[in-house]
Design a protein around this ligand. Structure first.
Ligand code: ADP
Length: 465
């Protein structure tokens, strides 16, 4: 054995001057043949006749917002078995490394999906004829202090003024989404739009992740605003749970959204909490159609599909006979239905109260077009700013609270026995209500996030209400 062989510990600080990585901690892993480094956004490209890769390295496990853009020639691509036992193809590059005072060249595979708790592994090829390992020690080649790291990486530190907020939705061009992006930017925040369908998740106890198109890891968002369309509820709520796992605040949680999307469950919650609703029957293909009708007081009545949105699955039946045939038609489709007393005195009107953090910040009255009882804008209804009573305000706030929604569109119908709750929407649209009230609702939603995160906006006294 040569006397120049050094003893190293189970972990050491290394540097790569050609890759401009001044310090990165490596786990010394004699079980691995080749060394590897965690990289993201790995993209192959051509330089003349040569194959190159560009990639990003987050050298510090504790501050993943520091990112170094690197490029290197591709030496090879190899099938490597990750710690989970699954083989994956990885690019191999060559780079000069420094460990303590020793400088030499090593081969490195670019690991994309490995959940190592070190950003790098130094394998036995790199150690051969150079190092012996004392597994009971670490940093024998020198420790790097936090203040040294701060100095080395000062030029890459992200100096935040505002928050970093992600908007999770499906369509960038929808009015509400455009407004939320604008409002966030106007308040000095860094806004990012993420298409829900293009987010994916890594489920792992130690290192859960949310990744986005192309492999970027969404690890440093302060908050996300979910705008989940009904058809995306299942996946969107799973995504919100994952954001919760990586400690990102969600304006409206996964549980509150899934509860509000389940009309049956939320209606049961309302009646359990003494919130008045029109008398309602729920059934799945009942044999007792006649009894179901008389149970809610007989015709005229309303029949709704459980999945209805924008009034599309809502029909009225003027007579018991008509009700019976509509119910029986749904029955043959084996669908879940809701049968409800018809609130005649509402005269085709209902209220939409926009609740943010426990306050009604705007309210509109929607009126159905002539000959129609559904006041939805999509059904030709019109909207105007509404003055609501204290009782209606209390009802709206309570309904949002029961579902634990920070942002909610609460629909109320005015009846002879007082206001009744129709439904609560967890992604209420902004267009109709901003147009009718002239209020900047998107701005209020951004302020709600600032308040939850105790972020002090430089001009907060001027803009908050
Ligand atoms: P959706 O979720 O599809 O919008 P809603 O329950 O909100 O369904 O009903 C759509 C519209 O129909 C409401 O905005 C309201 O104008 C009218 N409507 C709903 N339920 C009743 C009812 N019980 N009595 C009278 N009108 C109703």
């Amino acid at each position: 054995m040569s006397t120049s062989i050094d003893i190293i510990g189970n972990a050491e600080w290394c540097s790569f001057h050609t890759l401009k990585i001044p310090a990165i901690k490596a786990r010394i892993d004699s079980g691995a043949k080749t060394s590897s480094i965690q990289a993201s956004n790995i993209k192959k490209f051509k330089k003349g006749n040569q194959s190159w890769v560009s990639f990003e390295i987050n050298p510090l496990q504790d501050n993943l917002s520091i990112s170094i853009a690197c490029e290197a020639e591709v030496l090879d691509s190899r099938l490597v078995k990750s710690s989970s036992g699954i083989s994956e193809k990885r690019y191999v590059i060559k780079a000069p490394i420094q460990v303590g005072t020793s400088k030499f060249e090593i081969e490195l595979t670019l690991a994309n999906r490995d959940g190592m708790d070190f950003r790098m592994l130094l394998g036995r090829e790199a150690m051969r004829d150079r190092f012996l390992v004392d597994p009971s020690k670490s940093y024998l080649k020198g420790q790097v202090s936090q203040s040294e790291l701060d100095k080395m990486y000062a030029h890459l530190m992200y100096h935040k003024t505002g928050l970093k907020i992600g908007l999770l939705a499906s369509d960038k061009n929808l009015y509400s989404n455009k407004r939320l992006m604008e409002a966030g930017i106007a308040r000095g925040h860094e806004m990012h739009f993420y298409n829900i369908q293009q987010c994916y998740m890594r489920l792992d106890t130690a290192f859960p992740e949310v990744r986005y198109r192309g492999g970027s890891i969404l690890h440093d968002l302060d908050a996300v605003i979910p705008r989940i369309r009904p058809s995306m509820t299942f996946y969107g709520c799973a995504l919100l749970r994952q954001f919760k796992a990586v400690d990102t605040y969600c304006l409206n949680s996964d549980t509150s959204i899934s509860q509000s999307r389940d009309k049956l469950f939320s209606t049961q919650l309302f009646s359990a909490n003494n919130i008045h609703i029109p008398i309602t029957g729920f059934a799945k293909s009942p044999l007792d159609t006649k009894d179901l009708i008389s149970m809610v007081g007989g015709a005229p009545l309303i029949i709704k599909l459980l999945q209805s949105a924008q009034g599309k699955g809502v029909v009225s039946a003027e007579t018991n006979k008509a009700a019976e045939s509509v119910i029986n038609a749904f029955k043959s489709l084996q669908t879940n239905i809701l049968v409800q007393e018809f609130i005649k005195e509402a005269a085709g009107k209902d209220l939409r109260c926009f609740v943010v953090n426990g306050k009604v910040i705007a309210a509109i009255e929607r009126t159905a077009q002539k000959g129609e009882f559904r006041s939805n804008i999509h059904m030709g209804g019109s909207a105007k700013k509404a003055k609501i009573t204290a009782e209606e305000r209390r009802l709206a706030v309570k309904a949002a609270k029961i579902l634990d929604l920070s942002v909610a569109g609460v629909d109320i119908i005015r009846s002879n026995r007082g206001p009744l709750l129709l439904e609560v929407n967890s992604s209420p649209g902004l267009e109709g209500i901003e147009a009718a009230t002239g209020q900047d609702i998107a701005n209020q939603m951004i302020i709600a996030i600032e308040k939850k995160l105790k972020y002090h906006h430089p001009n907060s006294s001027k803009t908050e209400r």
